[in-house]
Design a protein around this ligand. Structure first.
Ligand code: SF4
Ligand code: SF4
Length: 183
């Protein structure tokens, strides 16, 4: 009979990151520009994951910290054991969405994330106007910052029409095999 993997085993299988390699030196947290604003510091997230406890795993998935992480890789550069926290954070964000336990403070970040992905999915590029509209509709911030739009248009900072790449179908195939497949 096949043995069921523990939580840290599943993390290892999906990301290649072994959380047991962390010995809690705290260098990642000391070097993280966002640590002071996070509800759980990067090293504390590692500690929670090491416990292999469902409740602690849920605490991590519901945290704001995983959405504040910028994937700057400063923690990875400082870690003596090369624990890839940014990769872990990416995976945890995806799981947090799948399990519908996104932290309420992080909803604007998720709205931006979704609007950005929609732009890449449908044009193969970043279409700023689509990104802004997608974000505003998702967060009900329709009139915020509206007054800067005319000057941005005049200065050519915003293109009203999207520019698409030639092989959009390839991009859509990538989405259907990855992100869309996990929804
Ligand atoms: S720097 Fe590495 S070993 Fe130290 S606490 Fe962070 S993840 Fe753990
Ligand atoms: S990758 Fe995330 S956790 Fe690591 S230092 Fe940057 S913001 Fe902090």
């Amino acid at each position: 009979m096949k043995n069921e993997l523990c939580l840290s085993g599943k993390l290892m299988e999906s990301t290649g990151v072994n959380v047991s390699h962390c010995y809690q030196c705290g260098k990642c947290t000391a070097g993280c520009a966002l640590a002071a604003d996070m509800d759980y510091s990067p090293s504390y997230i590692l500690r929670l994951l090491q416990t292999d406890d469902e409740k602690n795993y849920h605490r991590v998935l519901s945290s704001e910290a995983i959405w504040l992480c910028l994937s700057c890789e400063n923690c990875l550069a400082r870690c003596p054991n090369e624990v890839d926290i940014p990769k872990l954070m990416d995976y945890l964000r995806q799981k947090s969405r799948e399990e519908s336990c996104v932290n309420s403070q992080a909803r604007p970040v998720v709205a931006f994330h979704n609007a950005f992905l929609d732009s890449v999915k449908y044009t193969g590029r970043l279409y700023e106007v689509g990104l802004i509209l997608g974000f505003k509709i998702r967060t009900f911030r329709l009139v915020q910052d509206l007054k800067v739009v005319p000057s941005m248009l005049l200065k050519g900072k915003l293109n009203l029409l999207p520019e698409s790449i030639k092989s959009r179908k390839k991009i859509q195939r990538i989405f259907s095999k990855t992100i869309d497949n996990t929804k």
